[in-house]
Design a protein around this ligand. Structure first.
Ligand code: ADP
Length: 233
């Protein structure tokens, strides 16, 4: 049994002339310890897929399971618990609270979590031990993204979902963030999925899934993922 499994997942928005098929018959699986990159152009269905995996949206058809649990069968309270306990999110624009310090941002996010690691430990894990008491406006873009990663991992999620996590960063800072994310997948306790339109990032993935018009057009295991330093940007 795979950790994450999607079988024939479709997502259809609207009716009649407003009907949009955002995802159609999507099937794939992923394991803990895997670093998965989902590639696709704008409109390919990447965000829709991430939202379904993260329990923010529900498939119109098909089945999605995590560790054997049928997420498609959960009601809204069940989805809330799933998101709270199992899923961490990292977004392109960090979404930090500007009036809270780095440590307070992390603490706030896991206030209701079932399990958690201390905020200081999470920030230290992403190389921010020297920035605990800084407000977001006094941090660089890369440092803010590290705070958002610390915030996501502090509640010990088994699934870490990243939507264009390097989209707002220069290449050196972006590589730095990717290396943090890859190390987090290597600890083996979680599956890290990144959606991006930047095909270069695929070179360092364990698995690369390509989406086009809501369909998977390829799903490949990368036999020799590159180190982040080696990839072209
Ligand atoms: P990507 O993230 O790859 O840019 P999206 O998942 O955002 O793609 O969108 C895929 C398709 O689904 C697009 O055609 C988009 O317009 C449509 N779509 C996404 N969300 C909605 C929604 N809530 N209502 C209607 N259409 C949507």
């Amino acid at each position: 049994m795979s950790f994450i499994s999607l079988v024939n997942v479709s997502r259809i928005f609207g009716n009649n002339e407003n009907r949009t098929v955002a995802l159609s018959g999507v099937s794939f699986s992923a394991e803990k310890g895997e670093f998965v990159v989902i590639l696709g152009a704008s409109g390919a269905g990447k965000t829709t897929l991430l939202n379904i995996i993260g329990g923010m949206d529900v498939a119109s058809e098909g089945k999605y399971t995590v560790n054997g649990e049928d997420i498609t069968a959960l009601d809204s309270a069940g989805l809330t618990t799933f998101r709270r306990d199992k899923v961490g999110f990292v977004f392109q624009f960090y979404n930090l609270m500007p009036n809270l310090t780095a440590i307070e941002n992390v603490e706030l996010a896991c206030a209701h979590a079932k399990e958690r690691i201390p905020a200081r430990e999470a920030l230290s894990a992403v190389g921010l031990a020297h920035r605990f008491n800084h407000f977001p406006s006094t941090l660089s873009g890369g440092e803010q993204q590290r705070v958002s990663i610390a915030r996501a991992i502090a509640k010990k999620p088994e699934i870490l979902l990243c939507d264009e996590p390097t989209g707002a960063l220069d290449s050196m800072t972006g590589k730095n963030i990717l290396s943090v994310l890859k190390n987090l997948s290597r600890e083996g306790e979680r599956c890290v999925l990144i959606v991006t339109h930047n095909a270069n990032i695929a070179q360092m993935a364990d698995r690369v899934i390509r989406l086009s018009d809501g369909k998977i057009i390829s799903d490949e295991v990368n036999p020799s993922p590159k180190d982040v330093e080696e990839i072209e940007w």
